[in-house]
Design a binder for this molecule. Structure first.
Ligand code: ADP
Length: 259
């Protein structure tokens, strides 16, 4: 009797990974190409055209803007690649959360430069076990988004509390909000609801992907609630085993301008 051996292999996952890699490379190339084309154009103008002092300064300022946008993209790409995979284990330590929250609040106020009312409410002091720099970068990205997607005059409220389930850090804003269909995709690399708005405000499209990776490394989750035109609320939930409450009184910062 003739026997046949049939071998099959599931290559759907492999194909998906290959497609993802291809998309990623195409996205990075596109994101770098745009500022690079503008820069090359200005270099050509400066070389070929006799500009007066004022025009030259304007040209250089625009070039600097493009260079900065490329710099931000490369920095975010490096951060993301250092967070991915097991090659780069996390530097864990136990650190006090209150000083970190004060730094994040100061960062929010500096980014807003008086355009929003920024408040920080700390309900409980605590020690957190994890990567301090990584969590600072994740919290910082959420704060930077709140500032960038909230028109002047809006409010940004930072809140930290300890619950039975762990620690909760929330950034709530009264900004433009996000339609429900976009929410599940926000942490994908280069996913943006509005490409032009993200660019104008200096976004790389990688902020929430960085947040997602940092939180994964801490077994933490990100909860996003949003209402278009009303505002958004991003909550980071750190697991209980990473949070030790401290019996210390904590203060709430006075709100910043505008009142
Ligand atoms: P970007 O650099 O474009 O801000 P992110 O990964 O940080 O990239 O965010 C992805 C997208 O999620 C943004 O382009 C924006 O459309 C949306 N988004 C993020 N945070 C907010 C927020 N606080 N309010 C409104 N939209 C937001």
């Amino acid at each position: 009797m003739e026997e046949k051996l049939l071998m099959s292999r599931d290559i759907t996952r492999l194909e998906a990974v290959t497609a993802m890699r291809r998309d990623f490379i195409a996205n990075v190339s596109h994101e770098l190409k745009t500022p690079l084309t503008v820069l090359a154009g200005f270099i050509e103008t400066l070389t070929d055209v006799d500009l007066d002092e004022r025009q030259k300064r304007r040209c250089l300022a625009l070039m600097q803007e493009q260079a900065k946008s490329m710099q931000r993209l490369v920095e975010d790409l490096l951060t993301l690649s250092s967070l991915e995979g097991d090659r780069n284990p996390m530097h864990e330590s136990e650190f006090a959360i209150v000083p970190l929250l004060l730094e994040i609040s100061a960062q929010a106020k500096a980014l807003s430069s008086g355009r929003h009312q920024v408040t920080l409410n700390i309900s409980d002091a605590a020690t957190v076990r994890g990567g301090r720099d990584e969590l600072a970068s994740a919290f910082g990205n959420l704060v930077s988004n709140a500032v960038r997607y909230t028109p002047a005059g809006g409010r940004i409220a930072l809140d930290w509390r300890v619950t039975d389930n762990g620690g909760e850090f929330t950034v709530a804003d009264t900004g433009i909000g996000i339609a429900a269909e976009h929410i599940p995709r926000l942490t994908e690399r280069f996913y943006r609801v509005d490409r032009s708005r993200s660019r104008v405000t200096g976004g790389t499209g990688l902020g929430l992907a960085i947040v997602k990776h940092v939180l994964m490394r801490h077994q933490a989750e990100l909860v996003i609630d949003s209402e278009p035109g009303q505002g958004s609320r991003f909550t980071v939930r750190l697991p209980a085993r990473r949070v030790v409450p401290l019996a210390e009184p904590v203060a709430t910062e006075a709100p910043s301008a505008p009142a």
